[in-house]
Design a protein around this ligand. Structure first.
Ligand SMILES: Nc1ncnc2c1ncn2[C@@H]1O[C@H](COP(=O)(O)OP(=O)(O)O)[C@@H](O)[C@H]1O
Ligand SMILES: [Mg+2]
Length: 248
């Protein structure tokens, strides 16, 4: 459903952040991109929705070319791609409900004018999504008054409002404490299983990748160095990814 064909991104003249990366995701997959800081994970994910413009290669979603899409077509394609960020990317002074409703418009910050145009159905769906994620009691709170885990749930709710085909999660748990890490990744797994949303999730902790990913794509210095399953993942493969010793 998502095809990357020799995707590359070079920043400036010589920072090759992503080098000729190719893979295909099947519908309903939960794949993890694993690698240490600087491996190119964020750049790769952002190339998929063209928050970063790839330097070379092709990307297609459900047979439609993302890389060549003109702006209006890109906007439509992006609605099918939910995005979850390490630092949540909420508008802190806005209510939780407003942040979730903003998902209807995608993940580029909406103007205030647009925010007045939500239908009663949209509002109802936002309430239902907040209930599902266990934060209905926070609906009318300012987003920045919530804990990190709760804010990430708002981020997930906002992504779900897009009714996405695929969710790109860029280190969604890197800013959270261990107990919250579990519950957020469980939530993503639940969405993957129940809603059939394909998930591509960047992580830098091998143990989490092995437990939550159904497929693990290893990145090192811009290269995709392996593409395997958690059961087949070997310690030697992990050693290749990290400059420092890391346990599996
Ligand atoms: N906007 C940018 N401009 C220049 N270099 C960048 C930019 N973003 C990332 N890089 C560089 O690209 C490489 C990959 O970074 P990144 O994609 O953020 O990796 P990761 O998410 O795995 O930590 C790093 O060398 C980083 O310094
Ligand atoms: Mg990153």
């Amino acid at each position: 459903m998502l095809i990357l064909d020799r995707v590359s991104k070079t920043y400036g003249d010589d920072t090759e952040a992503v080098r000729e990366v190719s893979f295909e995701l099947q519908p309903g997959e939960f794949a993890v991109v694993l690698g240490q800081s600087g491996a190119g994970k964020s750049t790769l994910l952002r190339c998929i929705n063209r928050l970063v413009e790839p330097t070379a290669g092709r990307i297609a979603l459900d047979g439609e070319d993302i890389t060549g899409a003109p702006p209006d077509r890109l906007r439509t394609l992006r609605r099918r791609i939910g995005m979850i960020f390490q630092n949540y990317n909420l508008v802190g002074r806005n209510s939780v409900l407003t942040n979730v409703l903003a998902g209807r418009l995608g993940y580029t910050p909406p103007s205030y004018a647009l925010l007045n145009h939500f239908s009663p159905q949209d509002v109802e769906e936002a309430h239902a999504t907040l209930s599902r994620l266990g934060i209905a009691d926070k609906t009318h709170r300012r987003a920045d008054s919530l804990s990190g885990g709760q804010q990430q749930r708002v981020g997930i709710a906002r992504a779900l409002m897009q009714r996405p085909r695929v969710i790109l999660a860029d280190e969604p748990v890197a800013s959270l404490d261990p107990a919250t890490v579990e519950s957020i990744l469980e939530t993503l797994l639940d969405i993957n299983r129940k809603d059939g949303v394909t998930i591509l999730c960047n992580l830098h902790v091998p143990e989490l990748a092995r437990r939550f990913g159904r497929r693990i794509l290893g990145m090192k210095a811009g290269d995709l160095v392996f593409d395997t399953t958690p059961d087949a993942l070997e310690a030697a493969q992990i050693d290749v990814l990290y400059d420092m010793p890391v346990s599996l």
